[in-house]
Design a protein around this ligand. Sequence first.
Ligand code: SAJ
Length: 454
Amino acid sequence: MTDDFGLLDRIAAREARIGVLGLGYVGLPLVVHFAEAGFRCLGFDVKPEIIDGVMGGRSHIDDVGSERVATLVADGSLEATTDFDRLVEVDVVVICVPTPLSKVGDPDVSFIVSAGEQVKARLRPGQLVILESTTYPGTTRELLQNTLEETGLTVGQDFFLAFSPERVDPGNRDFTIKNTPKIVGGLTPHCHELATVLYQQIVDEVVEVSCPEAAELAKLLENTFRAVNIGLVNEMAVIADRLGIDIWEVVDAASTKPYGFMRFTPGPGLGGHCIPVDPQYLAWKMRSLRYRTRFIELAAEVNAEMPRYVVSKTAEALNVAGKAVNGSRVLLLGISYKANVDDTRESPALDIHKLLREMGAIVSYHDPHVSSVSIDGETFESVPLAAKALEEADVVVVTTDHEGVDYQLVLDRAEIVVDPRNALRGRTGRAIIYPVAGPARAGSAQPLEVGSRL
Ligand code: SAJ
């Protein structure tokens, strides 16, 4: 029986002090869940404004209500600090820092390295360290264990280490930390047992795997699965377009298969801070082992081409109306990376905005969730979705299908709408509608000439 300095008992009794390093869309909900489960928690972040917000009883994350933070801070179960020396006070440290891509598309694990150094400087016997950030297989063992053992302490004896991928889906009301199964892989059997018992205090189901690498790769499989299938359905859209078939009718029909099929929908490309990024961590790792991850690379190619494909459809729609892109007024509906979020990271709408401007179009956007956005250092403001803007536009492009947008107004006032998101399905109005793939649908204002399909 490993002497764990009584840590297992303290975790089971919820007397262990929990530290969460990084209070973003993963770390803040996590530390709140631990505090609400009865643990005394200490949140760490490098940004003073985040710490001030939490200590002021305010949440900067949509999924966590400020009233929950205020209650926990008031009763002393949640504290936040920029003082990393206080890491010595906690029994458990959960690292929830970003893992983006560098400018050249390689993994940027600098935040994990920095967090590892912060923990190493205060590491003491009896602490459990868990990494939640999505990363390539081997990071926990090769990067974190080596850094922490530079203290002379030994993993599995003096301190304990595990990997447990975050599965936070911002804005998802159905799946929370509590009811989303949590994968756990420890460096040693006792590391594993400690991390498993810890998460059993706050989640309904802990999924145990044999090692941290299996947990790291499971997370990458989950999100690579999405990226590859989105790439597949985007290629199917291009195929359907060449065949003059409505891709949305095809996807709807295939989706009726009750087994062996999972619905994905075509769009203007692949945005967000997870799906375009995570597979590239695996591709990079495998390149270092001289293996090409062909599905990942091909899907990335197809998805990255979609903004340009939407721009070409827009140019064709203008052409049918006898207009050039150059000098045309284009209104983009939506600039964030997916419906009902305000996040514009990797958003394909940004690429479309830029490509159209490079072709001489006068581009504006309307997004109820994003009041302004910077593209290559230039700032653009969201314009009101007014009849005037719609009537003045030579073409409207539905780049993000937010709910709550008056799509009927769009259809009744605009002349031409390119609809990569199929947001206008089932509607008719004045405008001609060009779906991302398949024949255009005539509007009431001007019937389609025969053969004007794109
Ligand atoms: N997209 C498509 N077609 C689809 C699905 C998505 O074009 O069928 C596009 C979206 O518009 C977006 C990008 O792909 O630009 C990514 O979309 P996403 O639905 O995968 O959303 P994310 O990036 O917020 O992914 C997160 C992930 N959650 C975690 O990593 C914990 C992912 O695993 C979830 O499945 C996803 O949310 C979700 O289902 O909402």
